[in-house]
Design a protein around this ligand. Structure first.
Ligand code: ATP
Length: 584
């Protein structure tokens, strides 16, 4: 469904970059015109030496020609530098301007389709940047300006133009053949390579499990299979391309002979002077050369066009539905209003018409069996995923639509899988932002981890990525808790915060929750272990994606008795039936 919000910064930035690229391309084409002119200096110099210097034995003319020649070569060097500098600037603009929108779109894509989906765009940007910088763009530009050489050849003799045009047509045909025989194979090879690299990267993230359970041989077998698929496809495209390139090179060699032979015929027929023989040879090969280069660089062209298409699709498909105006959170309630969530590709909703409210200073516990939808509900509360119907409102505003920078400051989220990024302990707690040390220490103290950090080799500067062996699972969980508590957020959502904690850790967690409650925060805890539920004011029981019970903790606990459960079950059925989408 199209967004009602017409603003799509990422797509407009993409349009902007596209017009930048077009402007850069036209500028490079303009400079190339003069480069091709400057390239005429060599053959003209040769001709003049044959025609004016040698017959007249004129040193003055030779000195004059050498001066012009040196000037021409310097001019060529300067123009060539300007052109390659243009490509470097284009590549830089491309990468710098698209990095942020691509990352935004990539993050969204990763939420919907997994990390690999979003990550591929960064690789595409890097490859396209290298392609632009590498100057392969010059081939079609120079092919266009081969007209300069054709005009010059015309002044030598029209037959040379005919020869050059025949060769150009043959080269164009070979370009067409290359496209037909290699495009699909190149695309398949590139897809296979992406799959293979993604496979390996995914597996390496779980190195410990692989090593512990001796999974390496099986994985190597899988990798070898995907590697072989990748190499086979790469081999097919490369062999086909090489065959066409070999034909092209042979033809280029034959061009030299044909032009010399043509020149010899024309000289014998007294149609041209013998002095044009070598200049004509150079000019025809300069006219035909760019068409041959296009064949050689075909593979990088196909990959570049594909990368461009993928980036465009991702960025233009990115709908920035979030608001753009930063808004600090007020002291209002958290309202969940008839929340329905049906993921793409599923025909039954995961959340079916959930409604309840939590006020500032209240702690809500969410319980329910595995797979009931608790974590999905937490993700909806954080505004990560878009509700299919209904909504989640903090202080009257949708958590999904909220501008992410300001909403990020209003919320603390501890996900089930911790999701600790690479960085130091300080950066981790401060959510990678520039931080006031006092705030970092406060959050660490609140999570009961300040002393533990003091015992780490580099204290708050210890890199988290390398602390796997320095911090236990429970300690890592408390580090993630400190991150959630950093900056005194208004809304704190803790998904299984005590799953790895011992009793000391749980006591610290309960103290932290009580402190947050005392300062008026809304705290939501999802937990299987009941110990932490003692701190909650209200509880909601989620079963099969719907609210089975909601109310003050004591009431809900008293309801979760065998007798009460059967009553709750019949009530749940009534609620879920009345809230099924399409059945209203
Ligand atoms: P647990 O207590 O075991 O963590 P949970 O109550 O937190 O379970 P969820 O993780 O919310 O359960 O998952 C509820 C169900 O919704 C699962 O069956 C899950 O597969 C499904 N689900 C959640 N998100 C998606 C999605 N994006 N696409 C398809 N199914 C999904």
């Amino acid at each position: 469904m199209k967004s009602l919000n017409p603003k799509n910064d990422a797509a407009s930035m993409f349009q902007h970059v596209r017009s930048n690229m077009l402007r850069g391309f036209l500028y490079a084409a303009f400079v190339s015109f003069f480069i091709n002119f400057a390239m005429l200096i060599g053959p003209l110099f040769m001709m003049q030496v044959y025609e004016r210097v040698i017959p007249a034995r004129s040193y003055e003319t030779l000195y004059g020609l050498i001066t012009i020649g040196v000037f021409g070569v310097i001019l060529f060097g300067i123009l060539d530098f300007i052109r390659s500098w243009t490509y470097a600037v284009m590549a830089d603009v491309f990468a710098r301007r698209l990095n942020l929108p691509a990352l935004q779109a990539g993050v969204l894509r990763s939420i919907q389709g997994g990390a690999g989906e979003g990550g591929a765009v960064i690789k595409d940007i890097a490859e396209l940047r290298a392609f632009i910088q590498g100057g392969a763009i010059s081939a079609p530009i120079d092919a266009f300006w081969s007209i300069v050489f054709l005009i010059a050849l015309y002044f030598l003799h029209p037959v040379y133009v005919a020869v050059a045009i025949i060769y150009i047509l043959v080269m164009l045909f070979l370009n067409f053949v290359t496209d037909r025989v290699t495009r699909q194979a190149i695309q398949d090879a590139s897809k296979a390579q992406q799959r293979h690299l993604q496979d390996v990267a995914n597996s390496l993230r779980h190195a410990e499990v692989i090593e512990a359970m001796g999974m390496l041989p099986a994985l190597v077998r899988n990798w070898r299979r995907s590697q072989e698929e990748m190499l086979d496809m790469g081999h097919v495209s490369s062999v086909r391309n090489r065959i066409v390139v070999a034909i092209t090179k042979s033809l280029q060699k034959s061009l030299t002979m044909i032009v010399v032979a043509t020149g010899a015929f024309l000289t014998l027929a007294n149609a041209v002077s013998h002095s044009v023989l070598f200049p004509a040879m150079i000019m025809t090969s300069q006219a035909v050369g760019p068409f041959a280069s296009m064949i050689e660089s075909w593979r990088s062209w196909v990959n570049a066009i594909d990368s461009w298409g993928r980036i465009r699709l991702l960025i233009e498909g990115y709908e920035n539905e979030r608001q753009t105006m930063p808004a600090p959170a007020g002291d209002g309630d958290l309202d969940i209003d008839n929340l329905i969530y049906m993921p793409d590709g599923r025909d039954t909703p995961v959340l079916r018409g959930i409604s309840f409210s939590v006020s500032p200073g209240e702690v809500l516990g969410i319980v329910g069996p595995s797979g009931a939808g608790k974590s999905t509900l937490a993700r909806c509360l954080t505004g990560i995923i878009k509700p299919s119907m209904g909504g989640v409102y903090l202080d009257g505003h949708s958590t999904y639509l909220w501008e992410r920078g300001s909403f990020g400051r209003a919320i603390g989220y501890l996900p089930q899988n911790l999701s600790l990024l690479d960085g130091t302990v300080r950066q981790t707690i401060a959510r990678m932002r520039d931080s006031d040390p006092r705030d970092v220490i406060r959050a660490a103290q609140l999570a009961g981890i300040h002393e533990l950090i003091g015992r780490l080799p580099f204290g708050y500067d210890t890199p988290v990525a390398e602390t796997g062996h320095l911090m236990s699972g429970g300690q890592m969980q408390r580090l993630a808790l400190a991150r959630a508590l950093y900056g005194d957020p208004k809304l704190i959502i803790l998904d299984e915060p005590n799953s790895n904690l011992d009793s000391v850790g749980e006591q610290a967690l309960i103290r932290a929750i009580e402190t947050c409650k005392a300062r008026g925060a809304i705290v939501i805890i999802i937990a299987h272990r009941p110990s932490v539920m003692a701190v909650t004011d209200k509880m909601v029981v989620i079963e099969n994606g719907a609210v089975a019970q909601f109310g003050p903790r004591t009431e809900v606990i008293s309801m979760i008795t065998p007798d009460a459960r059967s009553r709750a079950e019949s009530r749940r059925r009534t609620i879920s039936n009345s809230n099924m989408p399409g059945e209203a």
